[in-house]
Design a protein around this ligand. Structure first.
Ligand code: VG1
Ligand code: CO
Length: 543
């Protein structure tokens, strides 16, 4: 097959952020834009003879267009085989599993996760390596360098394939297999968890609502929750993936999943409410009358994970991102296992998982996962919760209270200031960093700073160093505030302020989070001059 060389010129700003390249759809629609990025990936990873590439996305607007182009480019760049989800669909954790299961050399995941979709909204491309996880910084750094010097991309003359028909077709000299996006993943879940125990709970009246937010998890949740576990029809709501997610943000938090939250706080609440995001890697867990913060969820799941068959007797360690609360650390300490603190973003868990140093990982941003894949996994977390509740025969609320009564409680919130002027946000961070050397000893209200630094991480496996991963201000009473700029936004800058305060088991373990964190909120404003720099006195989103 003849390879076509298309001349191009570099675009600015193709740096993969926390989770791939994310931009407005209009940006991606410029001629050569997606192609430049994909060719840069291929130039860096250099597919070897026989290499297979997995391609799939969250079904958002522009997904199919980019997939068809990526297939032609893969053929021109020497891949032997492409595995693509039917309809162009693969949730992020399912893509991770498919890469691992079929021994692919990597995968392209097309998603902007929880960001809205549609012609005026967001799109994204991420490359995952052979272990199924997001490319580490060494690789994304090379990709960025390549995007800055790219002069041409490679393709072949070929028609679009029928993405909706299962089976094999040939594109150039390459085989393309369109596979069922759900089956392999659902089978994996069935191997990890005690489906019989969950089915028994369901038949004894355990109820649930799962909000797929019109995003990718709909088909997965239908198959697993309703078909395989026997939850009543209608348990999964918003279960059809839509290109624009029905005009909503597919972000499973208390703001964007408010309907679910209201249901769970009301008189008709089922036993558990859950939701996932655009690409299926996040999870929201709400019990009847009880919201579980993602940081607490990580700790509670870690404390109970050995209940699930696939994890019995093999919890080796826990990892959490730096801004995630230290609730998991207390579990690790009690169990006598290590707890690792990594920078934000799932790519930093990959080495720890590969080396067997940790079994479960999590982030405060509604991400939890384990060594079964190399991505965070929304439905996996939901199923682990179900497995634990079914076997222990308790409610979400009871489990939470029992947990806090043993370990104490880390009150936690994240305040986001969105679409802030980028220069203003950069100045805020620069001034904050300049103050770090003299912050210790200073008082903010009742809080005295004990230590302040810019978080730097040395990977314990490959010893690579990642600097500048967020500013931490720790107070003498053990509470803290953390400041970071988001690496996934597509408009201006997003300032994230993470607030945390620990109460021992003997303290107030069932108080209002907002009230408990008042001193930390006030201190954060004062330390960073948030209003001065951003012109905002209150956050846009509190999670
Ligand atoms: C955010 C979260 C981070 C998460 C990342 C990707 O990044 O804070 O914890 O790993 O999104 O998640 P940032 O840089 O905007 O804070 V997803 O579900 O958007 O792939
Ligand atoms: Co996501």
């Amino acid at each position: 097959t003849e390879i076509v060389t298309v001349p191009t010129a570099p675009f600015d700003g193709q740096a993969p952020g926390t989770s791939g390249l994310r931009k407005k759809v209009r940006v991606f629609q410029q001629a050569n834009y997606a192609e430049n990025f994909i060719q840069s990936v291929f130039d860096v990873v250099k597919p070897q003879p026989g290499a297979a590439l997995v391609i799939g996305g969250d079904g958002r607007f522009h997904n199919r267009t980019v997939i068809q182009q990526a297939i032609r480019m893969a053929a021109a760049n020497g891949y032997a085989r492409v595995l693509v989800g039917q309809g162009g669909i693969l949730s992020t954790p399912a893509a991770s599993h498919v890469i691992r299961k079929y021994g692919a050399s990597g995968g392209l995941i097309l998603s902007a996760s929880h960001n809205p979709g549609g012609p005026d909204e967001d799109f994204g491309i991420k490359y995952n390596i052979a272990n199924g996880g997001p490319a580490p910084e060494s690789v994304t750094g090379e990709i960025l360098a390549r995007t800055r010097e790219i002069a041409f991309w490679l393709t072949i003359e070929a028609e679009d394939i029928d993405l909706d028909r299962l089976g094999e077709v040939t594109v150039g000299d390459m085989t393309v297999e369109v596979l069922d996006p759900v089956a392999d993943y659902a089978d994996l879940m069935e191997q990890l968890f005690d489906f019989d125990a969950i089915r028994k709970a369901v038949s004894s009246g355990f109820t649930m609502r799962f909000d797929a937010m019109s995003a990718v998890t709909g088909p997965y949740a239908m198959e697993i929750l309703e078909n395989r576990l026997g939850f009543a029809p209608g348990t999964v709501v918003n279960g059809t993936p839509l290109e624009d997610f029905g005009g909503h943000h597919p972000d499973p938090n208390l703001i964007h999943a408010k309907e679910l939250y209201d249901l769970m706080m009301g008189p008709d609440a089922p036993d558990i409410g859950a939701a996932s995001d655009g690409d299926g890697d996040r999870n929201l867990i709400i019990g009847r009358g009880r919201f579980i913060t993602p940081s607490d969820s990580l700790a509670m799941l870690a404390a109970n994970i050995e209940i699930a068959p696939a994890y019995r007797g093999r919890l080796s360690g826990i990892a959490r991102s730096m801004p995630t609360s230290a609730a998991a650390d207390r579990v690790a300490e009690a169990l006598g296992i290590p707890c690792f603190e990594t920078p934000t973003g799932w790519k930093f868990f990959g080495n720890l998982l590969d080396a067997g140093k940790v079994t479960i990982c999590g982030e405060e941003s509604a991400g939890t996962g384990s060594d079964h894949v190399r991505e965070k996994d929304g439905l996996w977390a939901v199923l682990l919760w179900l497995n634990i509740l079914a076997v222990r025969d308790i409610s979400v609320d009871q489990l939470a209270r029992t947990h806090w009564a043993r370990f104490g409680r880390n009150y936690y919130a994240r305040h986001d200031y969105e679409a802030v002027d980028s220069a203003a946000a950069a100045t805020l961070m620069d001034e904050l960093k300049a103050r770090l050397p003299t912050l210790a000893g200073e008082m903010f209200g009742s809080l005295t700073v004990s230590r302040a630094d810019s978080f730097s991480y040395t990977d314990p496996v490959d010893h690579s160093v990642s600097e500048n991963q967020g500013v931490r201000v720790l107070f003498e009473d053990g509470s803290r505030v953390v400041f970071r700029l988001s690496g996934t936004g597509t408009q201006g800058a997003t300032l994230r302020v993470y607030l945390e305060r620990y109460e021992p088991a003997t303290g107030a373990i069932d108080a209002e989070t907002g009230v408990m964190l008042e001193p930390q909120i006030a201190a954060a404003h004062e330390i960073a001059g948030i209003a001065h720099h951003t012109g905002r006195s209150a956050p846009d989103v509190v999670t």
